[in-house]
Design a protein around this ligand. Structure first.
Ligand code: SF4
Length: 480
């Protein structure tokens, strides 16, 4: 029987683009409210969370798990066992959305078998008007739709959906607040994601993130440092500081700059510190000096360039040109010994000529990245670039994509080969995906290492002698 859909709030891309820059974020502490009458809703019930996309979504899923645990739900490993399924979505490219619609479609039969099964969809995808319309119109099996700004409201949304037997949609398109002290079930016991800021004000013309994640807003450094000290006390070895644009940390509040925050995090003494994602425009000299100074700040920098051509960079709204980017790379390489540089590159952006693409290839030849995330341009509804004619054919896009990945792989293998015979430190994650006999983990400069070792070293930092380099991995054996 068709359920009525109660739309409390639905996304609005115009509102999502509003930025009041001189207004400090609204900090909310302990914002998760679980009413007395629903605190045991999850007793003897199971939850399953599927996460798509970035580390920011992985951290949000840890919070969703924390909230469900507070409602006495317990986790399960597959959708068949679940009483509530949450899909935490990504919309950075069309493929990501297609995968989600495919999964929602496949859940219809489960819902027919178990009408009490609750299906919730959240994350960046539902911050888009056309997506919510599609979900409400074509996907009756979806019971709860909530966004990136109101995860803390999940308990009341579940209550509403169950007690009113209605489908509930509540997606906020505001600039965003900051919720602190949210419950969370961390996916790992020795390395942790730590949000330092949310949102983005850059509005690169191809990017949907500023519309789905709100304005750039920084957490207070005291809350971040407390979180990291607690993690260290709990035995965590590694923290990754997260933000869509971490280099803009502190620009919206009277607090530390990103470089100053990184120094304070280093002084907590935690073994390993990483950060992602950077924007070259906000990458300061002070930050380069701090990274170079502290051994517990990992010498790996993800520095998206997107294109090597000034015309395309301008059309993308990236706020730097080729020379400025290469000057920054030179400064980083001069000051940070053996730095590992990785990047993001889009091919096939509207009006990308052969010459413009050649500029991207030559920039990769010059920088010699350790690796790169490479993407074929995918127009996002509501972004300025989506109004531009997508005039590069898929054939040409694929040809350029293959040329680019071959160029990147060439320098990647060259760099990996320099590790043969060396002993490096690896934080052990566990048996490798491909071979249970072999362990795997990441080096300080974020290279995946597969090695013969002792299973008891999972979660520890061990020394591994590198025997062989492959294009995307290093192979070795534990030496201590
Ligand atoms: S800086 Fe990154 S997250 Fe922000 S708009 Fe540009 S690509 Fe998107």
């Amino acid at each position: 029987m068709k359920k009525f859909a109660k739309v409390v709030s639905s996304p609005n891309m115009k509102m999502a683009a509003v930025r009041e820059l001189n207004v400090a974020p609204n900090y909310q502490y302990n914002s998760v409210i679980i009413d007395e009458d629903i605190k045991d809703f999850g007793l003897n019930k199971k939850y399953f969370i599927r996460t798509y996309g970035c580390q920011g979504n992985l951290r949000d899923s840890e919070v969703i798990a924390g909230i469900l645990k507070e409602m006495k739900y317990s986790p399960c490993q597959n959708v068949e066992e679940a009483d509530i399924i949450i899909l935490n979505t990504c919309c950075v490219r069309e493929n990501a959305e297609k995968k989600v619609f495919g999964e929602i479609g496949s859940l219809k039969s489960l819902k027919q078998k178990n009408p009490n099964l609750l299906i919730g969809v959240c994350g960046c995808m539902v911050q888009q008007e056309h997506i919510v319309t599609t979900l409400l119109t074509n996907y009756q099996q979806v019971d709860i739709i909530f966004g990136t700004h109101n995860i803390y409201q999940l308990p009341s949304l579940i209550k509403d959906a169950i007690l009113s037997n209605q489908r509930i949609c509540n997606v906020l398109s505001n600039q965003g607040d900051i919720q602190e002290d949210l419950p969370s079930c961390r996916a790992n016991t020795y390395k942790a994601w730590v949000n330092i800021m949310y949102g983005c004000n850059k509005f690169c013309t191809y990017c949907i993130v500023p519309y789905t994640r709100g304005k750039e807003r920084s957490r207070k450094s005291v809350d971040i440092l407390n979180e990291i000290r607690q993690l260290k006390e709990m035995g965590y070895k590694e923290v990754t500081l997260l933000g869509q644009n971490v280099n803009a940390y502190g620009k919206d509040i009277a607090d530390l700059s990103f470089a100053e925050l990184m120094e304070q995090v280093a002084l907590t003494g935690i073994d390993r510190i990483r950060f992602t994602t950077s924007h070259p425009y906000d990458f300061s000299d002070e930050l380069i000096d701090v990274i170079a100074k502290y051994p517990n700040i990992m010498k790996h920098i993800q520095l998206p360039v997107q294109s090597g051509d000034d015309g395309i960079l301008k059309a993308m709204g990236r706020r730097y040109n080729r020379k400025q980017y290469l000057d920054l790379v030179k400064k980083i390489k001069d000051k940070i010994k053996d730095v590992s540089l990785t990047t993001d590159i889009i091919v096939g952006f509207p009006n990308e000529s052969d010459e413009a693409f050649a500029q991207t290839l030559s920039l990769c030849e010059e920088v010699k990245y350790d690796s790169a995330f490479t993407f074929i341009y995918s127009p996002r509804v509501g972004t300025p670039a989506a109004k531009m004619k997508d005039n590069i054919s898929m054939d040409v896009k694929k040809q350029r994509f293959n040329k680019l990945t071959a160029t990147i792989a060439k320098y990647e293998l060259e760099k990996y080969k320099t590790f043969e015979g060396k002993i490096i430190k690896v934080l052990v994650d566990g048996p490798s995906k491909k071979n249970e006999e072999i362990l795997s983990g990441y080096s300080e400069d974020n290279k995946l290492v597969n090695f013969k070792g002792d299973l008891s070293s999972v979660g520890k930092i061990v020394n591994v002698k590198i025997i062989k380099a492959k294009t995307y991995t290093l192979e070795g054996e534990q030496v201590d």
